[in-house]
Design a binder for this molecule. Structure first.
Ligand code: MG
Ligand code: ZN
Length: 226
């Protein structure tokens, strides 16, 4: 029993080490890296398509797609005109830092300034594995229910930004947005929140504007420290 716990700790420790290496790689290349985490069906890939379609400088973006099986999501993202690397975990329910490091060897990092990593659809363990990203983005749809933050607190704690999707369905669901946001802020008072609809496009411009700001901060940070 005790040994098993130690094993998990060692795995996480090893992951932390590699995630620090990834962080340095991102810094050297002045690359903003975002780790998107959410349940299957939350709308992560569709959100990614909307972000790419609305972002001004599309050329310098690449995406790493994490999936258990298939390249379905990667094909959708590739159709948006950006570089994509697919990681198939072959049963694994999260991405880890070594997988991402391996994927990076397939990208021309010099040319990039925004890397978006779509994690395996899962609200639980991806929150425990840092990939070296600048921040985590949690994506949750209103159809998942307003009681989720306290049931899955870790990801709401770890994320810098929360994107609430499918708000066009609010009128058909018993989802109490005020209750939900109060619970989220009880866990993470500073979290940035966007309410969006991939279907109608509501809220996408605001989110993309914020992402562009983060991208610029990262560039300026690098310029100042040189
Ligand atoms: Mg997806
Ligand atoms: Zn997992």
């Amino acid at each position: 029993m005790v040994k098993e716990i130690k094993l998990v700790q060692n795995v996480l420790k090893a992951n932390e080490r590699v995630s620090e290496q990834n962080r340095n790689i991102f810094a050297e290349n002045q690359l903003l890296a975002i780790n998107i985490i959410g349940s299957p069906g939350a709308g992560k890939t569709t959100l990614l398509e909307r972000i790419i379609q609305n972002i001004v400088e599309r050329k310098a973006i690449a995406v790493i797609e994490g999936d258990i099986y298939t390249t379905r999501d990667a094909q959708r993202i590739e159709a948006c005109g950006v570089d994509v690397v697919q990681i198939n975990t072959g049963g694994g329910c999260h991405l880890d830092a070594p997988m991402v490091q391996e994927a990076l060897t397939n990208l021309d990092l010099d040319e990039l300034d925004l890397l978006i990593i779509e994690n395996v659809g899962n609200l639980v363990c991806p929150a425990a594995y840092n990939l070296g990203e600048d921040f985590k983005m949690v994506v949750m749809s209103i159809t998942e229910g307003d009681d989720k933050p306290e049931k899955y607190p870790r990801i709401f704690q770890e994320a810098k930004v929360l994107v609430v999707t499918k708000v066009d369905l609010l009128k058909y669901n018993q989802f109490d947005m005020d209750r939900f946001l109060a619970e989220v802020r009880g866990i993470n008072p500073g979290i940035k929140v966007f309410q969006i609809s991939n279907l109608t496009g509501d809220g996408i411009k605001e989110l993309v504007g914020w992402l562009e700001e983060q991208r610029n901060y990262k560039r300026e940070e690098q310029i100042c420290s040189v």
